[in-house]
Design a protein around this ligand. Structure first.
Ligand code: 5GP
Length: 180
């Protein structure tokens, strides 16, 4: 049903699983004995975070934060709104933020600074997708799944107008979908 709206697939589900395995292994090595808190940014992080944590084999905790940066369209609004705050203190904790995509870098910079201000020992970022061509802020995630060109993508957590998050892969929509 949803597939008819997709022009092309950029990252297949098999590739996402392989990426998650690679990143999970690296995170397992880097965070051994650090008991990190992995904080997912809602809602886009959900499928990636669920896949990633299956491949992390250390003591860690999972938390979620609601952050909104796009408001229905395909361009970053520049405003970052916290829609759901953390339920726990992250003071003196190693924090790993899990993101679906880093585009301008605004969202991640705001959240990173907030968590540092609240006393986190370290704050790093793992993102499934990186779109470096969209960057307006100086930021490079420590863990990157794969780099994509400057295109608006949907699927595996990423939405257009809150739809398509449930696609099992990352794809580009047909132009007529935007024009409807
Ligand atoms: P940034 O603040 O880095 O510009 O944007 C990060 C957020 O914008 C992501 O978490 C995601 O919600 C949204 N975003 C950025 N690029 C895309 C994209 O290509 N497709 C979708 N669906 N959302 C995107």
């Amino acid at each position: 049903m949803l597939e008819k709206d997709i022009e092309k697939i950029l990252v297949t589900n098999e590739e996402i699983v392989a990426i998650s395995k690679r990143l999970g292994k690296q995170i397992t090595e880097d965070y051994r004995d650090k008991n990190p808190v992995i904080i997912g940014l809602l809602k886009g992080c959900l499928p990636f975070m669920a896949e990633l944590i299956k491949h992390i084999d250390i003591y860690c905790q999972i938390e979620l934060m609601g952050v909104q940066s796009y408001h229905g369209g395909t361009e970053s609004s520049g405003n970052v709104k916290i829609t759901k705050d953390l339920d726990v203190s992250i003071e003196n904790r190693h924090v790993l933020i899990a993101e679906d995509i880093v585009d301008t870098g605004k969202t991640i910079n705001v959240v990173k600074n907030l968590l540092k201000y609240r006393g986190a020992l370290s704050v790093e970022v793992v993102t499934l997708l990186d779109k470096p061509s969209g960057r307006t802020e100086d930021f490079t995630p420590k863990y990157i799944g794969t780099t994509i060109p400057k295109e608006f993508v949907v699927g595996f957590g990423l939405d257009y107008d809150e739809f398509y998050r449930n696609l099992p892969y990352i794809g580009v929509l047909k132009p007529e979908v935007y024009n409807n």
